[in-house]
Design a binder for this molecule. Sequence first.
Ligand code: WTA
Length: 656
Amino acid sequence: MSDETLANLSHEERRFEPPQDLADHANVTAEAYDEADRDRIAFWEKAAERLSWDTRWDTVLDWDDAPFAKWFVGGKLNVAHNCVDRHVADGKGDKVAFHWVGEPDDDTRDITYGELKDSVCQAANALVDLGVEKGDRVAIYMPMIPETVVAMLACARIGAPHTVVFGGFSSSALRDRIQDCDARVVITADGGYRRGAPAALKPAVDEAVSQCPDVRSVLVVRRTGQDVEWTDGRDVWWHDVVEGASTEHTAEAFESEHPLYVMYTSGTTGKPKGILHTTGGYLVGTSYTHWAVFDLKPETDIFWTAADIGWVTGHSYIVYGPLANGATSVMYEGTPDTPHKGRWWEIIEKYGVTILYCAPTAIRTFMKWGKEIPARADLSSLRLLGSVGEPINPEAYIWYRENIGGNRCPVMDTWWQTETGQLMISPLPGVTAGKPGSAMKALPGISAEVVDDEGEPVGNGRGGYLVLTEPWPAMLRTLWGDDERFKETYWQRFEKQGYYFAGDGAKLDDDGDIWLLGRVDDVMNVSGHRLSTTEIESALVSHPRVAEAAVVGAKDEQTGQAVNAFVILRESALEGGEEAPDDLIKELRDHVAKEIGAIAKPKSILVVPELPKTRSGKIMRRLLKDVAENRDVGDVTTLADSGVMDQISEGISSGK
Ligand code: WTA
């Protein structure tokens, strides 16, 4: 974070008080902070009462084996029962769980809680018939369709942890994840709709699974009707085995700490981390925060998280939190500009959406498209807005508030991570006077601090590292199959104090409110998606023409950060002048898309003669970032060869 940005942030003086009407009827008042301060454990114990438990817990938190937490020890529950069956039993079977909106116009489905229950039971029975047992892992690689939710809940119902892989990831990324968690069954679709056309998914599964000999079944939903290759004995159609299955299935109660899912996320090394979430604490954390931060009134609200289920935001706030709370949600399959740039606003008007939760990168895109587009729709149903995934700059916050929220909706800037499972730092809509750009304070029951290198609190007005000082219910339990990496990544940095190291920089303002400043490690945030510099570097060097690569995330107006790559080519790469650099650059970008996914494609790739390295051989990405952000290059005295930066700069100015 540059000093300039820090200075700009501290000049932000605007405050927005909670709307009176909202405050008068808010689910959560300021008292919640006091209550949690008095007794954090009792606070979460009360939150756990929101769920239906088969067996009550005897210990709220067991932290004896820190950092391996156990929450609600001795308790047993079934997640699918909590998300579906109990609402049906409460007489809400006819209530809509999802207004599903497909990307093609008029391709919509309303799914009631009753219908969802039947489908989940059918899918659970089908999975059992395919031999899936409690504890087995199931990979899910799907578009944004109702069957994706059904598949997740069916897994949860039978105690088979799922790992949902974002449909934009490549077959190699899918293969690595299937192998890492040893999934034996994959659930997918022929394809999904994306930008007005069917986008295939099944070929990527076929390719991935050809290298996963232990996968015995691939369950395929027919969504687009496109042709698919078929492997007899392995592939089965969803409509053959799920839709004909019995709608009766008795849900078994599982221990609180039974694994619910593994979600892979980029870390600082090339290998993605399998974040493990478990049953009881996760559902307590997501359902409480969904109710508290979005002030959810299940009877009247129409809630919309405009994110993909393949990310944690979709897991916690499209699927588990909202369903545990019996909410009615919108779920949209496609892109915001298909078939036109007003699609989101049309959806909000049509369904009377009251709460919208999305990412700053989307907001900045809408800003670019112009305020007249949302102005054409009636957005008066909205009463609350949320933001997630990256820092929301004050301009985007104000634009969102004014042009989408009609100046009446408070904006909840929610900070959290795949690892935290639940919202952690956020305003409370009936309590907080929001500041544009600040995520404000740790939620009740959560303890965050900003510390220096020694782990000492920096105090108001200062910046440092964001840490979480106490365990919380939806926290990750470990990294799948790698307890050591779990300890090293999150707990070693401030081992003495026992703090969780989030990997984000943050600043406390003079009031003690928190401003997030971005990652402090080699993780980039592009359009709210986490990407690892090392992972993209490995993808680049796996191309035969690349000798070395360095990747940095440089500031980008629209996507927050953009991937900028610097590559050194192998001697032979340009021999004989047989290949124009433009073609090669395209080839390299496509290669990264193939290895990881289109989201990881570098925005720019610069061919350089050398990379700046320290005497110990470490690439100084900081300097490359200066180049990518058009700044004067900082201190180069620690470079092994200080002439390198001149060569790189010359390369840029000569347009190479
Ligand atoms: C960033 C997404 C600032 C942060 C839920 C974090 C944010 C990473 C915010 C987690 C926010 C998320 N303000 N930064 N409101 N929300 N981040 O795991 O760097 O995909 O560490 O989880 O996104 O990304 P992840």
